[in-house]
Design a protein around this ligand. Structure first.
Ligand code: NPQ
Ligand code: MG
Length: 370
């Protein structure tokens, strides 16, 4: 495969409603899309970093910078830039998992399109649709939250995840259980907002029979999660902490989690995501696919990953209309609580040209021999 160049494209999409988490409230999704042009096929990907480094150390313009000046030049200089060679070549640079994931995925998509092979089949996907949950933001009032949850249950989502923070934890969970019953699969996500000292407060969630508590403590605190796991009955699931298959293995061995959320952007791509899945599966640890408010480009690839056999819990692989009035691809829809895994070559989708043109705020072409 001969690389001609890489197009970076910035865009911005309004969210259907503000999405509040313990780290802040977002009303837009700023995007960085990649289009790799080769002599055989084009490869599309989406960088999941946010505009500002409030959730992870990475941010969109920083990711674009390291792709333009460090990662892409390294990849483009390879004599045979297949996706594994690109992935290996990027390893000598520290960090920047979201930028690496975006670049690697553009190569993976181009290569698989050239091979006429879908990402799901390439990764080892076992199903043609995946059960989908929905992530529900922190609200101003309990009635507002109950209205939102009622709407999502009506649409058919098979699992509800409530964002929590100190001051918004036991009451919203109790209210949702009282209104919708004990049968609704329910879990919570704290996005690192607690400390081990909050163990007694978090143990108050135990009676509500939650599937899991996601990332209660800071990302670097594996030991704290292991201690917390002994003080609460609800299973601990890690998100932000799991930055590689190696960390996943450590976290499991340490007893820091019994469930893992896999986000390709956080671990450096789909190849490493599969390794995280494999490590967890070997330990009998269930995994599920997280979400970063991706457009159809990132969502398509996540659905392929979520079709692997170790993904035994519903993911944050919601339909396009959970976040966007209009997606950049044909929208993904919810059918009986499931979203279809794309079957076309590569990630299986491309942006709708007119929509993309309308939303784009800036593009930059990086020639391979630049
Ligand atoms: C999580 N996602 O599991 C994240 C975090 C998150 C679906 O809950 C803009 C862009 C806003 C990315 C808010 C879900 C975001 C974002 C939250 C990611 O922790
Ligand atoms: Mg999370």
């Amino acid at each position: 495969m001969k690389i001609e160049g890489l197009e970076l494209r910035w865009a911005s999409l309004p969210l259907v409603g503000a999405f509040r988490t313990s780290f802040g409230s977002e009303s837009r999704r700023d995007l960085l899309l990649l289009r790799l042009v080769t002599d055989q096929a084009e490869g599309w990907s989406e960088c999941v970093a946010m505009a500002a480094p409030v959730y992870s150390p990475e941010y969109l313009d920083g990711a674009a910078h390291v792709i333009e000046h460090v990662l892409f030049p390294e990849a483009a200089a390879l004599s045979d830039p297949d996706v594994h060679a690109v992935s290996c070549a990027m390893q000598r640079f520290h960090g920047h998992q979201m930028a690496k994931a975006a670049l690697e995925t553009s190569f993976l998509d181009a290569e698989l399109r050239a091979l006429d092979l879908s990402l799901a089949r390439y990764l080892g996907g076992a199903v043609d649709r995946v059960a989908s949950g929905v992530s529900v933001g922190i609200m101003d009032t309990i009635p507002q939250l109950l209205d939102a949850v009622a709407g999502y249950l009506d649409q058919g989502y098979v699992r509800i995840k409530l964002k929590i923070e100190p001051g918004w934890d036991v009451e919203p969970v109790r209210a949702v259980r009282e209104r919708f019953g004990d049968e609704v699969p329910l879990q919570v996500d704290a996005n690192t907002a607690y400390t081990v000292g909050d163990a007694r407060q978090l143990a108050k969630l135990d009676p509500f029979d939650l599937l899991l508590i996601e990332q209660p403590l800071p990302e670097d605190d594996l030991l704290g999660h292991a201690q917390l796991a002994k003080l609460v009955r609800t299973p601990i699931c890690l998100d932000e902490s799991i930055t590689s298959a190696k960390v996943a293995a450590d976290a499991i061995t340490l007893g820091a989690c019994s469930i893992v959320n896999i986000k390709p952007g956080r671990v450096g791509g789909y190849l490493e995501s599969r390794r995280v899945h494999d490590v967890c599966q070997a330990h009998g640890v269930p995994v599920w696919c997280g979400g970063m408010l991706e457009t159809g480009i990132g969502r398509a690839a996540n659905l392929a990953l979520a079709s692997l056999p170790g993904f035994t819990l519903p993911g944050d692989t919601s339909a396009s209309d959970r976040y966007f009035h209009r997606d950049v691809t044909e929208p993904f829809t919810l059918e009986n609580g499931h979203v279809r895994v794309p079957t076309g070559p590569g990630i299986g989708v491309t942006p709708v040209p007119e929509i993309l043109r309308e939303l784009t705020t800036e593009t930059r072409w990086l020639p391979a021999n630049g």
